[in-house]
Design a binder for this molecule. Structure first.
Ligand SMILES: O=C(O)C1=C[C@@H](OP(=O)(O)O)[C@@H](O)[C@H](O)C1
Ligand SMILES: C=C(OP(=O)(O)O)C(=O)O
Length: 485
């Protein structure tokens, strides 16, 4: 899930609240001050995002409405119960975080210029762009008032940032995991400098051990600077040897995507073998492979000759990505689960454009695999998804649902499961003595090592709405389940 909706600065941010003038500073007062700014056009305020003092991400400032500035700067928003004022709703969510960060990386490693459209503007994409710029991997420029990002790829030429300049990746799992392998590809520096990647306090707890183990076993020199198994890492620019790489992929598929994305630049063609039990989040691996193909590199997945079943072995040829002139980023399917859930819970209709059955994102299945069995009417074309909820109070429990291919959507599913109190369709019942209105969500164990422990967050936050903790039973290890009261 992207962090794009989280305020990056609110008035309670310690950097602001510690200033002497902060005591008399309210959001209204700030809006008043902002009225007098030469960037404004008439009554419209114009805003530009600074990358550092004196430099901006976009070339031009954009008009931002007061209501959006207010929401962004406020510490909290008050939500009034009710139904959507408009029905039906037709909308698009912002660009997909996963596709944005892959597109940025592929275009940076590629040859030629690529215009990225519908790129997500978020912390996670910003840290990815900053890192690629710090590694001198690509150059970036904005067109169409920030609607298009022009990436001029460095075809895999990367430099170690100057000593003392750590690459900060916030809490972006994709950036941290993908860039770990990218940093091994940097050109060896004369004075033996290494790239340091680091993150925020939570990122320093999130696991990266299986990826580091795989890279080390392949001859890369990666060291932990604080806790073993986590960022910060110090990475030697010694290249990627390639050939056979074994990797455990049961904690995060991002490790797999990291090796796949960099594999064409290894010294020898890579055979990537996934070990260590169930591979998590396969759709994200498929997304990586599909996007690599668009950038000119075809990955072959081995198939069991007898059964015809795909194996967890991938062959990646050596090569250089060739940038398509333009790449359109799909809208974010994880973000789309929220408005679709609003339609489900309020008995209204919502259409999300730019996400359908042909989507590269696993979370695009949420409508068909979670909302439809809950009693919603779902119409999905290749490029659009429309959900109409049943009358209020009639959402059905759905028994067992495996959310391993769409883990980020489990938060939305849990909230719906807590109010889905109608009896399930016959084929969905649990036969283990649980209440018939139980929804059991499987395949989400790794949600404990996300930007927060999402399973704990779900229990704590649902409790605030009266969903009692004792009614939310959890099964740890490989599965977790949520039971509504
Ligand atoms: O590769 C990706 O873009 C992602 C993979 C998933 O992570 P895991 O493989 O760790 O489940 C997902 O949760 C994350 O939001 C994005
Ligand atoms: C936690 C998330 O992803 P990541 O692993 O990329 O930080 C998310 O944004 O859903």
């Amino acid at each position: 899930m992207s962090e794009s909706l989280q305020p990056s600065v609110s008035l309670s941010d310690p950097r602001i609240s510690s200033l002497p003038a902060a005591k008399s500073l309210s959001v209204e007062r700030l809006l008043d001050i902002m009225k007098i700014d030469k960037k404004n056009s008439g009554p419209h305020k114009k805003i530009v995002i600074l990358s550092r003092i004196g430099a901006t991400y976009e070339q031009k400032a954009t008009i931002v409405h007061d209501s959006v500035i207010t929401k962004t700067l406020s510490e909290a928003v008050k939500v009034a119960p009710g139904e959507p004022a408009r029905n039906p709703v037709r909308m698009a969510t912002p660009g997909s975080k996963s596709i944005s960060n892959r597109a940025l990386l592929l275009a940076a490693l590629g040859k030629g210029t690529c215009r990225l459209k519908n790129l997500l503007h978020s912390d996670d994409t910003q840290v990815m762009m900053n890192a690629l710029a710090e590694l001198k991997g690509a150059s970036f420029g904005w067109e169409d008032e920030g609607e298009t990002l022009v990436v001029t790829g460095g075809h895999g030429a990367l430099s170690v940032p100057q000593a003392g300049k750590d690459i900060y990746l916030g809490n972006a799992g994709t950036a941290a995991r993908f860039l770990t392998t990218v940093c091994t590809l940097a050109q060896a520096s004369q004075n033996g400098e290494r790239t340091i990647i680091t993150g925020n306090a939570r990122m320093k707890q999130r696991p990266i051990g299986p990826l580091v183990d795989a890279l080390r076993a392949n001859g890369s020199n990666v060291e932990y600077l604080e806790s073993s198994g986590c960022l910060p890492l110090s990475i030697a620019p010694a290249g990627l040897k390639g050939s056979r790489i074994q990797l455990a992929a049961s904690v995060s598929s991002q490790y797999v995507s990291s090796v796949l994305l960099c594999a064409p630049y290894a010294e020898k063609p890579v055979t990537l073998e996934l070990t260590g039990g169930q591979v998590i989040s396969q759709p994200y691996i498929d997304m990586t492979i599909a996007m690599m193909k668009i950038f000119g590199v075809t990955v072959a997945r081995e198939v069991d000759r007898e059964t015809g079943k795909p194996l967890d072995i991938y062959r990646i040829p050596k090569g250089t990505y060739i940038n398509p002139a333009e790449y359109n980023i799909e809208s974010d399917a994880s973000s789309a689960t929220y408005p679709l859930a609003i339609a489900a819970i309020t008995g209204t209709t919502c259409t999300i454009v730019n996400i359908g059955s042909a989507s590269l994102q696993g979370d695009a299945r949420f409508a068909k695999e979670v909302l439809e069995p809950m009693g919603c009417d779902v119409v999905q074309t290749e490029t659009e998804t429309t959900v109409t909820g049943p009358p209020v109070g009639q959402l059905k429990a759905i028994g067992l649902v495996d959310m391993e291919p769409m883990t980020d959507a489990f938060l939305t599913a849990s909230v719906l499961a807590a109010v889905a109190t109608a009896l399930p369709s016959e084929n969905r019942e649990l036969h283990d003595g649980s209440k018939p209105t139980t929804t059991r969500i499987l395949g989400i164990a790794n949600q404990r090592v996300k930007e927060c422990n999402r399973i704990k967050a779900m229990i704590d936050e649902l409790a605030k709405f009266g969903v009692e903790k004792k009614s939310l039973k959890m099964v740890w290890r490989s599965t977790a389940s949520l039971y509504p009261s």
